[in-house]
Design a protein around this ligand. Structure first.
Ligand code: VTB
Ligand code: MG
Ligand code: MG
Length: 333
């Protein structure tokens, strides 16, 4: 039986690879960012929340044994003091590229809304798409479905029909996650027309795309346009979870297209798969700042806080949730 053969093989493997430890190091980094950001929950200041997350993440990186270069980050050096594109981080070690969104959902955090999280992905140098901060059209579904079951170039209706069929579900049982924006009116109208259900989110589409792939979140597909950097982070997550995702950069001006070309994008209209946005062995970590169907938010108590994180590697496909109890009396950062 090939499955049980694979299973015994996996269980016999000795856990000596240092990248396993590295993956757990990454959780400490998103925890630090998440804890710092959570102090700003509901306080109406998204920039302060973002700044705290960036600083928390930046500091935590200092003890991680890599030679990291930020390729998806907080902008260019002149506009971002920390975690800017091109910045090197880490205590020294293998050359790795890093994609970060220290606080994915700054407005969510400022309002105490759901699904804000600190996000980080890591790959060997050269393996992430260098996405400029423009929009990306995205579609994502979970694992175990036939290749091409959905496609950015298909209509909403045919994507939902094909997905329902492949999942052996009724169209009326599917849940489509989409950012609540005027530009998505058409998607929403078409999804309603075929009778599917919708979860509109005000922000945070890394969550949306991930949740479409994670079991048990109640979301079957993510559709619509959001940030391109967030698209690369979601692709990294889907490489670990499994599932299918496509993304295509969108340009609102010639300047944006020029910027993409300057960042090395040779075919600006290309439809990328998750495998093309995040190549090779990828690691991904996220810590919940405010809670939702995938991660719980930070919960404070007298002398500390609980955090809830997920950490994954594409190589093993293990999805590991980490519930941490932080004692502020003894913790050193
Ligand atoms: C997108 C989305 C993000 O902000 O970037 C969005 O990808 C901004 O989109 O997850 P709009 O320009 O439509 O507001 C987030 O929702 C949060 O960073
Ligand atoms: Mg950000
Ligand atoms: Mg973001």
């Amino acid at each position: 039986n090939p499955i049980s053969d694979k299973r015994s093989e996996a269980m016999a493997e000795t856990p000596t690879h240092s990248d396993r430890n590295l993956a757990l190091e990454l959780v400490r980094v998103t925890e630090a960012a998440g804890l710092a950001a959570s102090r700003w929950m509901g306080r109406g200041d998204k920039n302060a929340a973002d700044g705290a997350a960036v600083e928390g993440m930046r500091k935590a990186f200092d003890s991680v044994a890599i030679n990291g270069t930020v390729v998806i980050g907080e902008g260019e050096m002149d506009e971002a003091p920390m975690l800017y594109i091109g910045e090197t981080v880490g205590a020294g070690g293998p050359a790795m590229d890093i994609a970060v969104d220290p606080l994915e959902g700054t407005t969510l955090t400022a309002k105490g809304g759901p699904n804000a999280m600190a996000v980080l992905a890591l790959a060997e140098a050269g393996n992430f798409l260098h996405a400029p901060d423009i929009y990306m059209d995205k579609i994502a579904v979970g694992p175990g479905l036939p290749d091409g079951v959905v496609d950015l170039d298909n209509s909403v209706e045919s994507n939902l029909r094909n997905l329902a069929k492949a999942k052996k579900m009724e169209l009326s049982d599917l849940v489509v996650c989409v950012l609540d924006r005027d530009r998505h009116k058409e998607i929403v109208a078409k999804a309603r027309e075929v009778g599917s259900r919708i979860m509109m989110i005000s922000d945070g589409d890394v969550f949306g795309a991930m949740a479409a792939a994670m079991p048990d979140t109640g979301i079957d597909i993510y559709l619509g346009s959001g940030g391109a950097p967030e698209g690369v982070l979601a692709a990294a997550a889907l490489r670990c979870i499994g599932g299918q995702m496509q993304g295509r950069l969108m340009y609102e001006s010639q300047e944006q297209e020029d910027r993409a070309r300057a960042m090395g994008i040779t075919d600006p209209r290309r439809k990328y798969s998750a495998e093309e946005m995040a190549k090779g062995d990828v690691m991904f970590a996220a810590t919940g700042v405010t809670g939702g169907p995938m991660l719980r938010g930070v919960r404070m108590f007298a002398a500390g806080a609980y955090t809830h994180s997920v950490v994954m590697r594409s190589k093993s496909g293990t999805i590991r949730y980490v519930e941490a109890y932080h004692n502020f009396n003894t913790k050193t950062w």
